[in-house]
Write a protein that binds this ligand. Structure first.
Ligand SMILES: C[S@@+](CC[C@H](N)C(=O)[O-])C[C@H]1O[C@@H](n2cnc3c(N)ncnc32)[C@H](O)[C@@H]1O
Length: 464
């Protein structure tokens, strides 16, 4: 199984990389590997989300110092190293006489960065090994292990054809806390399917302003029963695709497009999109004819929301506020709360999530969501509707939270979603009348084309 890194631009050669200066010597590709190991340390040791580290404006300085092709390479290495972390750990462990001491993290990250390239990326083994050895020699924490790095990685490269299939089969790649939570919620078989889906890169979904059939053809995709366009693998960067500049569509997982549709007809209604940034659901609500107030606490994320709406030629009132303190002048006809959550439904796109979050984080985020939901229901007129959603797979943040919330409030009642009410969502409706999707859902015949982000959504009616 080899993952192409060709989308980062033309394959570079050693001479291409002469611009990188490290420790006084020019070493091709070393800066990218050092950045990859540094960022892997931030993810694994400091539990920092990968998206923030690799943000082109606010990311890690070592990442931002790289050119665009090297940034693409670093992301490819990291996504792969995290997606297959357990397989890589197992194969490295076989080659070590004894486990690395817990404080040998720098060495461990160098080995993982190189192993991801050797096992899964189309990078010559010799380049991956040599760069790892040079890297180890350049760091006082690892210099004395450079021989070990060389030996371990060379034998790994030689044995990969024979050992990799069994090593992949021996693990589900999930840290124990995560597979335990999934098994408790979904049972062993569905958990197996979800974790198998997490090993694959997600297809790319687009919400379109109009004419899905036309845009499916132009983008080389298919139209899903929900109206979203799905492209299995992009040939170009999103910004280079037809329709980007004129704002004909935006990237949004098919499951993420469902919550905003649960209101039905919103034409002329005043709708608050609480926790709105970067604005995928705001765009849907505006397009559907609502007068939208987009609220979010994050200035940076609201700037992205404004940029996104601008490109799409859509407008909304944008308010930077902490929802717990937000006091609108007037109550809204409807409110969408797409709450901050553990994001365990997005592991296909964000394989760092199981490594940066813990079971305790899930509980904490559920608590925050409970408070935000309690606030959200107070912002709606009597008889109005609230949709609560998040991209977690965990019932603690979804089904359980919602059931307990309804039991503890007289202000809102469940407004169950009905079969046949909204195009394409019937397979995902629960007996409670809520919506649940997982990466194991939406089988389109080929695993790489199938799946949805994990989402929970529910609709409430405010007492009249
Ligand atoms: C899941 S994301 C929202 C995604 C967005 N609805 C979309 O579809 O593009 C959650 C958002 O909640 C925001 N947030 C977190 N805590 C908040 C709070 N107390 N008040 C308002 N927004 C908050 C975060 O900044 C983040 O943008």
């Amino acid at each position: 199984m080899v993952v192409s890194v060709a989308d980062r631009g033309p394959r570079r050669t050693v001479s291409d990389d002469q611009e990188h200066k490290d420790g006084g010597d020019f070493v091709a590709g070393l800066a990218a590997r050092k950045a990859a190991a540094r960022l892997l340390a931030a993810v694994i040791d400091a539990r920092t989300p990968l998206d923030g580290l690799t943000d082109h404006e606010n990311g890690h300085p070592q990442y931002k110092a790289l050119d665009l092709r090297d940034r693409g390479l670093v992301r490819a290495i990291l996504v792969t190293a995290l997606r297959y972390r357990m397989t890589i750990t197992g194969l490295l462990a076989r080659r070590l006489e004894k486990p690395l001491p817990p404080n040998a993290t720098a060495l461990s990250h160098i080995l993982h960065v190189a192993a991801a390239q050797i096992l899964f990326l189309d990078i010559p083994d010799s380049a991956a090994v040599d760069l790892a050895v040079t890297h180890a020699k350049s760091d006082p924490r690892t210099v004395r292990f450079s021989g070990l790095v060389n030996g371990v990685l060379r034998t790994l490269a030689r044995a990969k054809e024979t050992e990799l299939p069994a090593a992949l089969a021996a693990t589900d790649e999930a840290p124990k806390w995560f597979s335990d939570r999934l098994k408790a919620a979904y049972g062993p078989e569905k958990t197996r399917q979800i974790l198998a889906a997490h090993r694959l890169e997600a297809p790319v979904d687009f919400s379109v302003k109009a004419d899905p059939e036309l845009w499916a053809e132009r983008l080389g995709g298919i139209v899903l029963p929900t109206g979203t366009i799905r492209v299995e693998k992009l040939a170009n960067a999103v910004t280079e695709l037809p329709g980007f500049t004129e704002g004909a569509w935006w990237v949004q997982d098919a499951a993420a497009s469902l919550p905003a549709r649960l209101f039905g007809d919103v034409r002329g209604l005043r709708v608050a999109d609480l926790c709105a940034a970067p604005g995928g659901k705001t765009a849907q609500l505006v397009l559907a004819g609502a007068k939208v107030t987009a609220v979010d606490t994050s200035k940076n994320r609201l700037a992205r929301l404004a940029q996104n709406l601008d490109r799409l030629g859509l407008s909304a009132d944008i308010v930077q506020a902490d929802l717990t303190k937000y006091e609108p002048k007037e109550l809204f006809d409807a409110v969408l709360l797409d709450a901050p959550c553990s994001s365990t439904g997005t592991v296909r796109r964000h394989p760092d999530v199981p490594w940066t979050k813990t079971a305790a984080d899930v509980e904490k985020l559920a608590d925050l969501q409970r408070r935000l939901l309690a606030r959200a229901v107070t912002l709606v007129k009597p008889g109005g509707r609230v949709v609560f959603s998040n991209c977690s797979l965990d019932p603690i943040e979804g089904e359980d939270l919602y059931r307990a919330f309804l039991a503890g409030t007289a202000e809102a009642t469940n407004d169950p979603l009905r079969q046949g009410e909204i195009a394409g969502i019937d397979p995902f409706l629960t007996s409670q009348g809520t919506l649940r999707t997982t990466p194991a859902d939406l089988d389109l015949g080929a695993p790489k084309r199938s799946g949805l982000d994990g989402f929970f959504a529910a609709r409430m009616r405010i007492a009249g």
